[in-house]
Design a protein around this ligand. Sequence first.
Ligand code: AMP
Length: 603
Amino acid sequence: MTMPFANLPPILGQALAARGYAEPTPVQAAVLEPGAVGRDLVVSAQTGSGKTVAFGMAMATELLRADGTAEASAGPLALVIAPTRELALQVSRELVWLYGQAGVRVATCVGGMDPSKERRALRELPQIVVGTPGRLRDHLERGALDLAALRTIVLDEADEMLDMGFREDLEQILDATPDGRRTLLFSATMPAAITRLAQRYQRDALRISTVGDDRGHGDITYQAVTVSPAEIEHAVVNLLRFHEAETAMLFCATRENVRHLHATLRERGFAVVALSGEHSQSERNQALQALRDRRARVCVATDVAARGIDLPTLSLVIHVEIPRDAEVLQHRSGRTGRAGKKGTAVLIVPYPRRKRVESMLRGARIQAEWIDPPTLEAIRHNDRQRLLAALLEPAEFDDEDRALAARLMAERSAEDIAAALVRAHRAMMPQAEEITENTPAAQQADRQERHRAGFEDVVWFRLDIGRRQNADPRWILPLLCRRGHITRNEIGAIRISANETHFQIPRASADKFAAALSRTAGAEDGGDVTIERAPDTPREAARENRKAAGPARVHSAGPRGAGAGAGPRGPDSRPRPAGPGGPPRKAWPKKPHRKGPKGDRPA
Ligand code: AMP
């Protein structure tokens, strides 16, 4: 018989066996190789590869005596730093079961928790401390964390931590550790900044890469579902109903969209929670707990809020809004298909975005199956199979159940009772949606719909703000409504070039619009922006300014909520510029800002 976990103290082998883990994952096998023992390591491994247990195993030589019991400590022997609270708590949970039997104590120090409780836990001299960079640095500066006895430091998801602006905190912590310590660097990607960190803080590090082995292509099936932009939410509902995954994670691009989709799904009867930067730590903990104990089965999240989350029952990821790039696509999808389990990642692709998604998938070398959203009939078929399986499952009934069954049998036929049972089960399932068939004709109709009625005869107006001044339809639209006393529905195409923006107003409303503009010029609320009838069409203007302007970006202003890739956004949820009347030039930075180093708080 082969040793399932060679080179591992038996007490840890027992903990793994008790969890039902029969053999090491590739990254675990790599850190257990005799050549890796005691050395500094740079490991590229994705979440889901079993990397937490891998660094847990790697630290064993520094934490356990020969007889498998815990080394006594005058201060932490091992420190693990992770980018977010969730990840740190998750790491801590894994190390607790791995080292519990051996008597190793674990303390967790994360932003958003009570620091005085953490200080008490640190005074009890745990052998392992797990935390987020900002909070660990705070404890260090206040003298609550003494790293003089440290033997191993682990930087988990090091690339994320650098990305999130934690470099200084990490360096301060690393500088406070003894020279002879081991440094284990775990990172999904290896950008230059990671290499620099490794050069500065590691000695003769062994590089381990299992990314090719566990990237998840084998475990995650990718599907791309093309839909009309107006039917994104219906597609989400049907995908959830078709798969009926034990746990599903849905990704949106912004917190507004998370909020909206969460409300929509709850209204339809899904057991759903939301995770985004607008939730407090205790709300986030409650949401995750509800998913773990199965009170909730669907989680709607932003990319950052869901980073690193490990839910073993998660078998379906839906990219409700297209990820920003291939890396985000893989991070999101990697919430499923973990540790050898199978998962499905579905991209919802509005027709006009198909080319972009195809090229993103090609770039990431992901083969996706292009399909239509599940139909009502397909969902009904699956429901029937699931109902039969659930109702025919062997069951034990107690006397009370049997007595009630006898009374029912006296009143009704067995067939009626069975039908009532089926109906009761069905009533608990949220309704699926009718979705327009995905034919070329439907796509054409959709394109026509986007060339909206009422905009056949238009007048072009212009604004003296363009791409260089951060022009964005999200604040331009409310500004035009305020200044021109019109509704969003009366604004047609918007074309943003380098230094100006053109937009269409139906000829019938143009005079009324121009009159309101002159009355509101100079008003406090955006009155400093020049808006006027354009002397030329955007194309003519571009020709004039070819050198200055660069290529124009085209935005379709409507129909509302149905813009390409707009995602599940209601008609009134279009974001506004910060603060009433705030200068629009500053209102919409192109990229959302990352939280500063002290925050420890995902957006
Ligand atoms: P991670 O990559 O650390 O996020 O781990 C992903 C999941 O894999 C966690 O739920 C681990 O408990 C689980 N896991 C770790 N090691 C093994 C193993 N050898 N066999 C099966 N599952 C494992």
